[in-house]
Design a protein around this ligand. Sequence first.
Ligand code: ATR
Length: 288
Amino acid sequence: MTPQGAAPDRYALVGHPVSHSWSPFIHGLFARQTGQNMQYRLLDVPPERFRAEVVQFFVGGGRGLNVTVPHKPAAAEIVSELTPRATLARAVNTIRVKGSSLGLVGDNTDGVGLVVDLTENLGLALAGRRLLILGAGGATRGVLGPLLAQQPATLVIANRTVARAEELVAEFGSSGPVSACGFADVEQRPFDLVINATSASLQGEVPAIPAGAIDATTVCYDMAYAKGDTPFTLWARERHAGATHKGWGMLVEQAAEAFLVWRGVRPQTRPVLELLKAGGADRNVGGH
Ligand code: ATR
């Protein structure tokens, strides 16, 4: 417990742009729920000022940062230490101060956030299942390690630019049964889970995978989140997928994991997720 009247510990999300972010709302609810004396702000910082602003934030007494687009890879370069999961992701979405020194530890909670949403909130078992992930950018890289740790039967990475998917396979191939292909070459046999990790939704587009990749047993998950359907969830529903989900749960779970990294307590996510899904979520498509 903090003494009454003590200044709140300062946290922030740094990105560009960040005005659309739900993170202050989510962390505000977590802080209230767990009785933590903290504040959480938004820092809109362009790439050329990223390093200087991060240094200034921590020198000025800030306790932790979340990092979002486009700074996650740059954040991995400026911290003094990376956790194993941030090393694998080559990207940082959470920075904490190391002990009482000014050393900064970079972490990545995106992958665990996705896996907790899939397995705990949505009750999906991933072991032995056929998984397809669309996209081979930073969003995919960030979640491959935790997904493969669930021991799926196969994890296919399909991307518009096949070479990028092949690079990920070369890197993660020793961690599990992962393979690469272009969208048109995705096997026409239903997958158990299809995850959209492309940024195509932001342009109103859907990766052009064959309809035979999904059927009434397939769960389709868009890492993007929006009030109504995303282009991908709409596409999946029109093809009678078994279920469609958007990335609200991943958003809240990655935040809860970051909160745990900073404060040593994992808040309950269900009430926050219900609030977001119930109507708070009234903005357009967003990503992690
Ligand atoms: P992020 O950090 O969001 O993953 P990124 O590293 O720029 O961002 O990667 C974006 C991903 O979305 C890539 O897989 C990209 O495909 P390419 O590697 O071929 O560029 C994919 N993507 C973006 N727009 C797309 C679209 N309109 N259709 C299909 N895939 C798209």
